[in-house]
Ligand binder design. Structure first.
Ligand code: HEC
Length: 389
């Protein structure tokens, strides 16, 4: 279980720095610094040789240090300490800590893999933000396509900075060029039924779906894009089936009375009952349902971070991320559940979060010879149990 590394308490190194002067006044200020550092690392992240070049070592190390420190210094910020953002913040901080550690100990390929994963984590926060890109970031215009390895990576960057319309253009470009490439390969090999493992086609479609379900709720817009690919004979069969299912689900949402926001507790309760609780019983919720629900829950909790519903929201976010696994974004499932237990021990949902956490752990460590949970994981589990009131 790859996720288990996240549980270990990361020892933070004490760094004394002269060029980084403490905390930031606004989230924007912090993000500005994080962004410029992140961007300066892009050419290295996308090119292994450049990343491993001994002449670049000092530079990369300084930037990695700056990136992780900038995140740590943003900790006090109001927006970032809301229940929706906090798990993302924790993940990124730990992740960057480990990236720096890998690089410093010459595990450069690990460090590079981690650095490339970082964008997914930035995205886990940004997809919760209500509006599109803020145009005040002038640096955005200095970033061009040639700084990225392929259209997909460029698209993900645009997605990260919330320039969703441009991101979609690039995702579609990626899909088109991959499909053309696969077609050419099939012709060369004269095998009509061969499909090449091409995860960026699927990922690109998933990103487009995410934009119009989780980030903005607009099932019709999602349909407009996705129906274009439905029935495309160049797509592998499993992806064709997935698309068909998405389309069916989106059409169902289009008819639903839900308009994208949950305005009060009553609407919240009705939504959970209709779209989450019942599906728990019959178990036929789809990715579309989960993405729509995640978006609605984030918007609710970010608008009312002190609401009594927070532990319940964390419980559902934990479940949803677990269901979607890592196939859309980096899964924060365990962190949501842990925060639910630690921060709301008196809530009846703390107990449900604990049960869910335990179940995930057990499934993760069950093999043909039974369930073998490692000692350190059991310790974490017991500690979590001790919080429950
Ligand atoms: C814990 C949540 C969180 C994480 C993780 C996060 N951000 Fe942000 N980011 C925010 C918030 C909140 C804003 C909006 C700030 C505002 O407008 O006041 C923002 C805004 C930005 C902006 C300004 C443009 C915009 O979209 O408004 C940039 C650029 C940015 N972040 C870069 C990054 C990068 C790069 C990463 C990953 C290395 C990252 N962020 C990770 C919360 C986060």
């Amino acid at each position: 279980m790859a996720k288990k590394g996240l549980f270990f308490v990361v020892c933070f190194f004490v760094v004394s720095l002269t060029n980084i002067n403490g905390e930031y006044k606004t989230t924007k200020e912090a993000m500005n610094e994080i962004f410029s550092t992140f961007v300066s690392l892009l050419p290295y992240a996308s090119n292994e040789m450049r990343f491993n070049d001994p002449n670049a070592e000092a530079y990369i190390k300084t930037k990695l240090l700056k990136l992780k420190t900038a995140f740590k210094n943003a900790k006090h910020l109001k927006k970032i300490s809301t229940p929706g953002f906090q798990p993302s913040f924790e993940i990124v901080t730990n992740h960057l800590e480990q990236t720096y550690e890998n690089f410093s100990t010459q595990n450069k390929s690990f460090a590079r893999t981690r650095l490339k994963q970082t964008a997914e984590m930035c995205i886990s926060c940004h997809t919760q933000l209500p509006k599109g890109v803020s145009s005040t970031f002038r640096q955005f215009h200095t970033i061009k396509r040639d700084q990225f390895y392929n259209d997909y990576e460029y698209a993900d960057y645009l997605f990260l900075i919330r320039n969703y319309s441009s991101a979609i253009v690039q995702y579609e470009k990626e899909i088109k060029s991959r499909l053309a490439k696969n077609k050419a390969l099939r012709a060369i090999q004269n095998s009509k039924n061969t499909y090449y493992l091409d995860f960026t086609i699927e990922k690109s479609l998933k990103r487009i779906l995410t934009i119009y379900t989780k980030v903005f709720y607009n099932p019709q817009k999602a349909l407009t894009y996705l129906e274009r690919y439905q029935g495309n004979t160049d797509l592998p069969n499993n992806l064709k089936n997935t698309l068909t299912n998405w389309v069916v689900d989106l059409k169902r949402w289009k008819k639903d009375s839900f308009d994208g926001s949950l305005k009060n507790e009553k609407e919240f309760d009705n939504f959970v009952k209709k779209h989450l609780d019942e599906s728990e019983v019959d178990g036929d919720s789809s990715d579309v349902d989960f993405l729509v629900a995640a978006g609605a829950l984030y918007r609710y909790v970010n608008r009312a971070p002190k609401s009594e519903k927070v532990p319940e929201v964390l419980f559902w976010l934990g479940r949803i991320d677990n269901e979607l696994e890592h196939s859309y974004f980096y899964s924060l499932s365990e962190l949501y559940l842990k925060n639910c237990i630690k921060n709301y021990p008196k809530s009846k949902f703390a107990r449900k979060c604990y049960q869910q956490y335990k179940e995930i752990l057990e499934i993760g460590f069950t093999g043909t010879s039974g369930t073998h949970i490692p000692k350190d994981e059991l310790e974490v589990l017991n500690k979590l149990k001790s919080y429950l009131k």
